[in-house]
Write a protein that binds this ligand. Structure first.
Ligand SMILES: NC(=O)c1ccc[n+]([C@@H]2O[C@H](COP(=O)([O-])OP(=O)(O)OC[C@H]3O[C@@H](n4cnc5c(N)ncnc54)[C@H](OP(=O)(O)O)[C@@H]3O)[C@@H](O)[C@H]2O)c1
Length: 292
């Protein structure tokens, strides 16, 4: 019996290409349709922005999920630029490459209340200037496989997305607030994605229409950014969502557009350029403003 896709595309063998088609749509649709706002961070790209200043060199940055992917590259670049880096990993013993950068490695599972509390206890009294909530989870179905439609959706996977991508940053931020108040930069960076932009989520039944858990949990993360930015505004915090682009990591797959090095060069410059005027915003790695 022919499936809907057979009928739509004519040739059943195209079904096998759908996951890759869907995956490309998932991240690339944002590249073509995301609405860049008129506002832009003054010094946008890695090529144009000067390197770190002496003041920033003394700053402490804590990066969650720093044992691989974008978090690992953030740890490498911030460390190489003189920042004091605290990189967290669920399994520090296995974080060999992270340790090779000479950074402080701390155990953290953002879904585990005790793990978060233990981290806060170990770091008590230590100032943190920049918190990067980077740890993320795409879902039980990897990006390069056919995404689940609503009739077969695994709600436990959706719940896990919210636990890691939404509640995780909330737990970590809450627990480390005293450290952030003690810091001089007071920056909270929530690593988000164009996939969480509401306008990008409806693609007429194509693969890009799925990814329920990931997209919903990142949209909720963006709302957390907005609320937190307003909440902490009187205390001069800078709270933003930042989308790194589609990057070659385990999550982004090797089909992605950028290397981690390219993305994080930009991401780091954006973080360094942020001022209180940028707080509450959703920024792309190139320094442009994204619509929610
Ligand atoms: N790559 C892209 O194209 C892309 C695009 C847009 C946004 N992003 C966002 O960028 C961030 C990093 O993504 P990535 O591409 O580097 O992903 P990745 O390669 O899959 O790495 C994910 C990281 O998050 C950690 N993590 C997962 N669950 C965790 C938990 N419960 N507690 C603590 N850490 C946990 C992982 O640790 P383990 O090794 O222990 O699993 C790993 O270090 C994510 O927030 C993602 O949504 C990525």
């Amino acid at each position: 019996m022919k499936s809907t896709f057979d009928l739509f595309y004519g040739k059943s063998k195209l079904i096998y290409a759908l996951p890759f088609f869907g995956m490309s749509i998932f991240f690339m649709i944002g590249a073509t349709t995301h609405q860049k706002q008129s506002q832009s961070i003054a010094e946008p790209t890695s090529k144009q922005v000067p390197s770190n200043t002496a003041q920033q060199a003394a700053s402490t940055v804590l990066i969650t999920g720093a044992n691989r992917g974008l978090g690992l590259e953030m740890a490498r670049q911030f460390s190489a630029d003189g920042y004091y880096v605290i990189g967290t990993a669920r399994s520090p013993l296995e974080a060999i490459e992270l340790k090779s950068f000479g950074v402080q490695v701390e155990q953290l599972d953002v879904t585990d209340i005790e793990s978060v509390a233990a981290l806060a206890k170990r770091l008590k009294g230590k100032q943190i200037d920049i918190l990067i909530n980077n740890a993320g989870y795409f879902g039980p179905i990897p990006l390069d496989q056919k995404q689940q439609k609503i009739d077969e959706l695994n709600l436990e996977g959706v719940e896990r997305c919210f636990e890691v991508n939404t509640l995780g940053p909330m737990r970590v931020t809450q627990a480390l607030l005293p450290n952030l108040y003690a810091g001089k930069e007071r920056k909270i960076i929530n690593i988000s994605t164009r996939a969480g932009i509401l306008a990008n989520s409806y693609h007429g039944g194509k693969g890009g229409a799925q990814g329920y858990g990931y997209k919903q949990s990142k949209a909720a993360l963006n709302m957390f950014t907005r609320i937190l930015a307003g909440d902490l505004k009187p205390d001069n915090f800078i709270v933003v969502s930042l989308a790194p682009g589609w990057v070659k990591t385990d999550m982004g797959t090797q089909l992605a557009e950028m290397t981690p090095e390219e993305s994080i060069l930009d991401v780091k410059k954006v973080i360094e350029t942020l001022t209180p005027d940028h707080s509450g915003g959703f920024w792309f790695h190139d320094g442009s403003s994204l619509a929610w």
